[in-house]
Every structure is written in C-alpha cells, then in structure tokens.
Ligand binder design. Sequence first.
Ligand code: C2E
Ligand code: CA
Ligand code: CA
Length: 662
Amino acid sequence: MTNNVPSEFEIFPWNRNFETGIDDIDQQHKVLVNILNRLAWHFASDTSELTSDQILDELLSYAAFHFKFEEAIWNKALSEDEMARNHHDAHQMFFVQVEELRNSREPQEEVLTRLFDFLTRWLAFHILESDRRMALTVELVQQGLGLSEARNRVDSELSGSASVLVNALLEIYGKLSSSTIQLMREKMARLRAEDELSRIQHERLHQALEEQALEYQQHLETLAYTDALTGLWNRNGIVRRVREYLGEEVRPENSAALVSIDLDNFKDLNDCLGEDAADRLLGLLSRRWLDAIPADACLARTGGDEFALLLPDANHAESRLEALRLTARQPFELDGVEVSAGFTAGVVLFPDGAVEDADILLRQADNTLYRAKHEMRSGWLYLDAGERSQYRARQLLLEDIRRGLNQDEFRLYYQPKVNLRTGEVLGLEALIRWQHPRKGLLSPIHFLPAIEHHTLNIQVGEWVLRESLRQLQCWDEQGANLNVSVNIAANHLQSDNFTGSLSQILAGFPDVDPARLDLEILETAALGELDKAVKMINDCRQLGVTFSLDDFGTGYSSLSYLKRLPVNTLKVDREFVSGIEDNSENLSILQGVIGLSRVFGKQVVAEGVETVRQGEILLSLGCECAQGFAMSPPIEATRIPAWVTNWQTFPEWALTRASENP
Ligand code: C2E
Ligand code: CA
Ligand code: CA
C-alpha cells in the first residue's frame, strides 16, 4: 500500500447538541461515538473483516456497560418507572438488532452497509432523543417536580422547533454518514487501484529487464559456445554438450560416439585457393554435414580444419561417417574451381559403466585421430579397449598423485655420495618415494613416468626442492652440515620460470647456502635448445647452485655439446660401472669418460658402485667420487646423521694413494 492513505477521520463529529448535561453519561457517549468513528473508518478503508468485527465487539460491550450505568441513574431518579423500563427494553432491542444484522447471510458488503446505517441512526437517536429526554426528566424530578408533571414538561419542550431540530440532525447525520462512507470507499478503492497499477507497472518493468538480461546472456553464450565462421558449436560448446549427455540419467546401452575429425590436405587448399575460399569451403561443408547428421547429433568446429561430432546413437556411427565422407566428396564450386574434401577421424565409443569426463573423451578422440593420421591416409579409426584402459589408468594415477601431494604422502630418501679414498661425505642425493596408503612404499618408477610430460611433474619437483632444503636445515640443527643433490625432470627444467621459481624457493631458506644444492639434470633435458639451456644453467649458477649431468654416457651428446654445457659434474651411469671387473668394453668407456672429464675440467662421480672391487678399479682409473649400494642404499633422512658419523671407507680404498692415479 502507498503512504497516501488518509489517517482516520471522524464521520460522526461530536456536537454540543449531543450533551445531556450529565457529565458521566456525556463522557460515555463520547466513547461510543469514538468507537463508531473507528468502525466507520475500518469499514470505509476495507481493512480486514476481523478488525471490523473486533471493533463491533468493542462497541457492543461498551454499550452494555453504558446502558447498565445509564439505567442505574434512571432507576434511581425515576424509581422503576415505566419510562425507565421502556428505555431498558430499547437497549435490549439494540443488541437483538445488531446480532440479527451480524448473522445475516447476505453479502458481507451489504450487511456492513446496513449495520453501519443502523448504528449511526441509532446512536444519534439514542443520544439526541432518548437520553436527552431522560436526562431532562431526571433534572426536573430532582428540582422537585412530580414525575408525570416532569414528563409533560419534557414532552412539550422537545416538541415543536426542538423536535424539528432533532429530526433534522438525525436526517443530516444519516445522510452524511452514508455518503461519507461511500466517498471514502471510493477513494480507498481508487488508491488500491493505483497501487495495483504501479505494482503491475513495476512487475512489467522488472519482467522486461529480466527478458533483456536473458537475451544478453543468450548472446554471450552464443559467443562463448559457437564458432563464428561456420555457426557450428565450438570446442567449449561440444564439451558442454557431451557433459550434459554424460549427466543424463538414462543413457541407452552402447550409447554415444564422439568423433574427432581433421580435413585432409586442407593446408594445400588454403595455400592454393587463399584463405577466403578456404573459409567458404569450411562454411559450405559445415552446412552439408549439418544436413547429413541426425537431429540429435551435435557438430562442432574445434579448430582450423578440425571438427568434432557427438553421435548419441553409436550403432549407426559407421553409416553416419560414410555419409559425411560422401557429402564431403561432392565437388564444391569455389571461384570457378571445383574442389572436394576428405577427412581422417578418430572415434571413441562411450564407455558403458564409469562416466568419464567430457574433456577426457574429446582428448581420447583427438589422440585416436592422430594415430589414424599416422596409420592411414584417410578414413577413421576406433579407440581400442587396451588403449582406453591404459589411458584411464594413467588418468587415475594422475589423480592419485595429485591427492598424494595434497595429503603429504611423498617422502625423500637420501643416498650418500662419497670420496672413496678419503671417506669424505660429499653430499646426499635426494630420491623420491611415495608412501602410498594402500600400495605401501613406492619407488619412482611406479609414478614418475606417468607425469613425465605433465605439469604435475613441476609441482612434484618444487616439492622435492623445498623438502630437501628443509631437510638440510634440519640436519644443520642436529650438527650435521651436509650438501644435497636433487634430480630435476626435463619438463621442470624447461618450464618457463624455472630460475625465478628456484630463487624464490631458495629465498625461503635463507640459512642454507645455495652452493650446498646441486641439480642433477639429464643430457636429454638440456639437449633441446642448447642456447636456452646454457643461459638458464648460467642464470641458476648465478644463484649459487651447481649442476651435474646425470646418467652421463647414455645420451648422445657430442663433444662440442659437452664442452659448451656449463655443468660442474658428470655422473657416470651405473650401466658402465656394473661388470667393470670383467667387462673390458665398459672399462674402456669408463676410462674414456674419465679422461674426457679431465679435459673439460669436470668432476666425475660414478653411480652404482656395488662392490669393493669396483671401487678399487674406479680409484685406479682416477675416479674418486662415487655413489652406490657398497656404501649405502638410499635411506630415510632420520638415519643420515648416524650413518655419517659411523661411515668409514673400506681399507682397500683408503690405501690407494692419489699419486697412483694415472
Ligand atoms: P638416478 O638419478 O639415476 O638415481 C639413482 C638410482 O639408482 C636410484 O634409484 C638408486 O636407488 C639406484 N641406485 C643407487 N645405487 C645403486 C647401486 O649400487 N646399484 C643399483 N642397482 N642401483 C642403485 P631410484 O631411487 O629408484 O630412482 C630411480 C630414478 O628416478 C632416478 O635415477 C631418477 O632419475 C629418478 N628420480 C628419483 N627421485 C627423483 C626426484 O626427486 N625427481 C626426479 N625428477 N627424478 C627422480
Ligand atoms: Ca640422479
Ligand atoms: Ca643416474
């Protein structure tokens, strides 16, 4: 409701003519008039029925009190006179009539109008005529007049002009009240109508705005999910559609197929006809394909000349693809030249059971397409069950690794790197393990290959860096001042911000001298873009860290390459150490590697020293530094301080003098 509803009004204003001269009675009359006015207000403003009813109850009960009070005065002054009895009967009639009106079955509105009309007239009459008469009579009796004489006097006083006045007043009040109420009701109705109108207008406006917002949203969606060139869905669009499809409650058995399509020789066509014509071909082809696929299928352009197709009914995949092939083959007219198109496709049938992610399905289709492109010139291939389960297993492992990282399930074991002759502990190689909640302690072969090309590898690598620096700090506190080597994966080393992130990690351990950290990298990791690798290694060395070339000898590095790579140390792969006792070929390789490292001024560390004899041979070749089971396997960090304290080199090695080196 609006605020412009008038406040309560007096339909029945108090008038001095109402006064009887008896104070108490006049006060009570005022209360009655007030209640009547309130009732009129509620009636006119059409508030709840309940309120009118409550006010009416109030009126009745106040009237009962008032009548009793009044009658007591009359009776006292006029002692049980007939006049007083009549007055009492008139009072009782009042209740009877009100009840009768109230219980009427006529429409509410009608009843209220009549009730109100009755009440105003009755009250006016009760006050102006009946009570006045009584009060005057009482006054005269109290002045000493006999009762019948007093009554005669009153009769004559209230006849003639006085009775005309009373009748006129009654008439006026009657009319005034009913027309005022009528006016009020009309006014209130108009106000309500205005309110309703403004509410409706407001609603309309709101609705219009909502419609506009919806349109805008639809427009945005169109932009986000469709391909402007062809009007087909784009990659996001089909992923969304596949996701919706996967989310459907009931999917028919052997349901959908997802097809990744790549046009054959599109690049040639582009070069030869120009981009515009090529674009036109994409548009025309899209239109033809849209006509060739069933209504429930979904076709998208996912890249330049790449398309994806969702077929909810995989049973007909073969014939649908055949139809696409035939329509593409029909010649297209482009600037007077006739061309036709062919394509290669990878098809993935939706798995029956476990619901896979839409992204994964599309990637599987893409991978199958790439395999198809290698194996055939044109046509389509299906993802086979073996591939699917392999793919699935890898996805699960990735998920598990991610979870393991979050749950802090990875551990670092440490393997000492020593000087065989002096026994000095040069450092410890950090080697990752996974304390898997179900599978137990896993060595890296069980999980690192799965993330070899994945960004997760970087997360793992950063964890290893941080954890080994934290461990150094921890050993420092225990009085063991040690160095650590960390294996850096190829994609981690080649990641955009390797140097920056390394320096940030180092900054987190201000008490650890970066020179105590050695990074073991693989030849293959640095092989890619040599200039870039050299710059990156030099940048990192500026931070203080050193570099080792891991698994040295297994790669293909040319001598010139080795010369340019700014690493400090070469770690000779264990392949060349094993069997040196009786493998003369390995022995000469080792000899060569060691000689080479001298020429280039690099340190050499031999990996995989398992026997005392192997150590002796290495020493005799001039290689003093080594790692291997002969000294210690990788062990937990907590065991390192004790190992360092107890470790003594073998007497056979200690006896070798440096001068014996060739
Ligand atoms: P790697 O860098 O060549 O590490 C040496 C591997 O040889 C370790 O295997 C070690 O346990 C094993 N080994 C050491 N001494 C001997 C020995 O005398 N005889 C024999 N037979 N083996 C020995 P592990 O710990 O299973 O690690 C395997 C590979 O996983 C490592 O080869 C390294 O390439 C990779 N790796 C381990 N930890 C990490 C890591 O934190 N980050 C990265 N990126 N790679 C890691
Ligand atoms: Ca290593
Ligand atoms: Ca190695």
